[in-house]
Design a protein around this ligand. Structure first.
Ligand SMILES: [Mg+2]
Length: 246
């Protein structure tokens, strides 16, 4: 190849790079195919359609299971507990997100109440087996959720329908705070209405940093050491659809 031919070739390569086609827009969600195009956010599509989402849930539940098995080996049955959030930790509500997008609308308490009443949330990957394993090991399971007390019966029905075992579900009082710390303390001190003795909380699972005792978004600005409980006794799941990070 002559020097001039080489220069032309290199120029062509550079031009191709400079004018490389942009990434095509994401296709509309399949649910929109029968009607006008509907844009489902990438976050919702990732939750509903990616292998990575499923892998992450199975991975985190696997880590949590191994942790709980180690903790159970040195504790008496009935003396310890696992605390789990419900939505986007145990229950998949992404269909609600799709439906709201189809209507061009966002979250409202009324539409959420209607969604919970339909009882159509489904278990996330790994959730059924994890909860069953905790109970098998002698642990109590406290579901601490910010679903309202009025939504609690429908939520408990979904858990029962799908074989999601638990011992107590602590919903958010209708006029109560979203802060979960008081409810976690009630589990630890044995002051929940179900009459359990004080329980040592050996693991907390959630998709929102505020599911974890004393934690909030301000953690984001802390040193890495402030995250030491994560992966140790705290297990966090990905939720790119909504959260206190918004
Ligand atoms: Mg949640």
């Amino acid at each position: 190849m002559s020097r001039s031919t080489l220069i032309i070739a290199l120029t062509f390569v550079a031009a191709c790079r400079a004018t490389a086609p942009s990434i095509p827009p994401s296709p509309p969600d399949a649910l929109g195919e029968s009607g006008p195009p509907i844009r489902i956010s990438k976050a919702v599509r990732w939750v509903r359609g990616s292998a990575e989402h499923r892998a992450l849930f199975l991975q985190v539940y696997r880590w949590a299971t191994a942790h709980v098995e180690r903790e159970a080996a040195t504790r008496e049955p009935g003396t310890w507990a696992v605390v789990a959030d419900a939505d986007e930790t145990v229950l998949d509500n992404s269909l609600y997100q799709v439906e709201r997008a189809q209507e061009g609308l966002g979250f409202t308490p009324e539409s959420w109440r209607a969604w919970t009443a339909r009882r159509e949330a489904v278990p996330l990957p790994g959730a059924v087996a994890f909860l069953a394993r905790v109970q098998e090991l002698g642990g109590r399971i406290a579901v601490v959720t910010n679903r309202r007390v009025a939504e609690c019966p429908d939520t408990e029905a979904v858990f029962h329908e799908h074989g999601l075992v638990y011992d107590v579900m602590l919903c958010r009082p209708d006029d109560g705070p979203s802060d979960k710390n008081a409810r976690l303390e009630a589990v630890a001190r044995g002051t929940t209405a179900v009459g359990f003795p004080p329980l040592e909380i050996v693991a907390v699972l959630g998709d929102n940093v505020r599911d974890f005792p004393g934690r909030s978004q301000s953690l984001r600005d802390e040193a890495d050491e402030a995250f030491d409980d994560f992966g140790a006794s705290f297990f966090v799941f990905p939720n790119p659809m909504y959260g206190s990070w918004e």
